[in-house]
Design a protein around this ligand. Structure first.
Ligand SMILES: [Zn+2]
Length: 449
């Protein structure tokens, strides 16, 4: 560590220390929970669950009559299971009923999700929960080799400044906004990353992969060595992981988080996704019977935040589907694992023969084609698909034939496939990349377009 970084690390300790070390103490707790034997951790989680259930019953209108007068560590999971599963839409509709009366509103921290699916969403958390999210950032950051005070680049679009300037200075974070991703903009971003001397890159994998691809064209990662890259906000396709690893000469870590509930799961050094059992209680439920996914290993993911006393999120369903993983990780942590995050239900297409195509499957068409800069699949009718591609200069007829051959193998012979080349693919409102879009109404829901 160099002098300035040491000063920043010290500065962080001093600022946190003046406040009674809330972040440091929560890191210690996350660390302790992480090392507990499974039975001990379950007991610890049940106690936290009983506490937040009693708090919600006593202070949060939506839960007044839904939680019984007596709830303890023994009965907490059963009580929780009797509560309705909630989601963004319900909270938006009945917002005031979900805010705890234990805090004055001005004492709560207001958060916003960025509306990447076109549905911006506001919520509250109490300050202790906000500190816990900071603790999670440092705790899981350590798994990637990150230490507080080290320079890192966050590639994201900003809608407001998420943190006070002092906090960002102490954290040594440079935020770069990836607006427009032509070669000129990408080169500018790469120059700024190099100047920043960052050791860690955090961003959407689609953006990181574009930068990495450019690095590879320019002759390898020698002049831009990174210690780690952290993938957030989108599905991490195997091809993208490999491109980022080669382009920046560093391992890629998947970080699964949501603004409203903090860190959900994080890659360890062995690149397996550990669930954040130190802050969340997890329920992985089979999809509704009758749907295509009901037969597969996919699960709905429902979380209960054990620490947001400002606005209890009890049985909150995230829009994603996940696959759980069995067994233990060789890193020694005993927390349960996810095999993969499959992304949102809207990130997929159901074929007429009832098979599902999701982004990871689609990635199989493109993973080794270096002549493709970006791709997107748009379903325009139940059996009609547009494959939209941003080509590299090396794109040729052979690439076109390969894509169509693989796509036909995936979609079946009855599908009508059209391949079109475009200069750019418009990102979603938050700057995320959608691999799959459908203009066809599914299950009576309105389409995302
Ligand atoms: Zn592990």
């Amino acid at each position: 560590m160099r002098g300035l970084e040491r000063a920043r690390a010290l500065g962080f300790s001093v600022v946190d220390g003046l406040r009674g070390s809330p972040v440091r103490r929560q890191i210690a707790e996350l660390d302790a929970v992480d090392r507990m034997a499974p039975a001990e951790r379950l007991r610890w989680q049940r106690e936290r669950l009983a506490e937040i259930l009693a708090h919600a019953r006593d202070t949060t209108p939506f839960y007044h009559d839904r939680i019984p007068p007596r709830v303890d560590a023994q009965t907490a999971p059963e009580v929780l299971g009797s509560l309705p599963i909630i989601d963004k839409r319900l909270i938006k509709d009945r917002f005031d009923e979900f805010v705890s009366a234990a805090f004055r509103r001005v004492a709560l921290v207001e958060g916003h999700t960025n509306g990447s699916t076109g549905a911006p969403f506001a919520f509250y958390m109490n300050r202790r929960r906000r500190d816990r999210v900071r603790a999670e950032t440092l705790f899981f950051g350590r798994w990637t080799g990150y230490r507080v005070g080290e320079p890192h680049v966050f590639l994201r679009l900003l809608f407001w400044h998420p943190k006070p300037v002092v906090a960002r200075l102490l954290e040594n974070q440079l935020i770069l906004e990836p607006r427009g991703l032509g070669s000129v903009e990408i080169d500018r971003l790469l120059r700024r990353i190099r100047r920043s001397k960052a050791v860690t890159l955090i961003g959407y994998p689609s953006v990181l992969a574009l930068l990495a691809r450019r690095r590879l064209e320019a002759g390898g990662p020698e002049s831009l060595p990174m210690r780690s890259a952290i993938s957030i906000g989108e599905i991490l396709l195997p091809g993208a992981r490999e491109t980022i690893e080669r382009g920046f000469g560093c391992p890629v870590f998947e970080r699964y988080s949501a603004t409203e509930v903090g860190y959900i799961a994080h890659d360890c050094e062995h690149h397996r996704l550990h669930m954040n059992v130190g802050s969340l209680w997890f329920e992985l439920l089979p999809p509704d019977s009758g749907t295509v996914e009901a037969q597969s290993s996919e699960r709905r993911i429902v979380v209960t935040d054990l620490f947001n006393y400002g606005m209890p999120f009890l049985r909150y369903e995230l829009a994603d589907r996940v696959r759980p993983d069995e067994g233990a990780c060789s890193c020694g942590r005993t927390s349960p694992l996810l095999r993969s995050v499959l992304g949102r239900v809207s990130d997929r297409i159901t074929l007429p023969d009832r098979r599902d195509i999701e982004a990871t499957g689609l990635g199989g068409i493109f993973y080794d084609l270096s002549a493709i800069r970006q791709f997107q699949l748009v379903q325009t009718a139940p059996d009609r698909y547009a494959i939209v591609v941003v080509p590299e200069p090396t794109f040729d007829d052979e690439t076109r034939r390969t894509i169509l051959r693989r796509a036909h193998a995936l979609f079946g012979d009855r599908a009508t496939l059209e391949l079109s080349l475009v200069e750019r693919i418009a990102p979603l409102p938050a700057g995320k990349h959608a691999y799959i879009l459908s203009t066809v109404d599914r299950r009576g829901e309105s389409s995302p377009l």
